[in-house]
Design a protein around this ligand. Structure first.
Ligand code: ZN
Length: 60
């Protein structure tokens, strides 16, 4: 059975298998956040930028 490698959300520290690349400050660091945090960060944030969806890689 293939296992997904769970990764830590940089914002809420939950383990998730799908993270979003999010920038929440002007010229700030990219963070890898879960979908919940992505929604929170993208609201009320003029510096929010979205850098793509990163899925955990499955091992064949
Ligand atoms: Zn999160």
């Amino acid at each position: 059975m293939a296992q997904l490698k769970l990764q830590l959300c940089n914002i809420c520290n939950n383990l998730v298998d799908l993270r979003y690349r999010i920038q929440d400050q002007e010229a700030g660091e990219w963070k890898m956040g879960c979908s919940d945090c992505w929604q929170k960060v993208s609201q009320d944030n003029p510096y929010y930028r979205y850098g793509g969806t990163w899925k955990a890689k499955k091992k064949n």
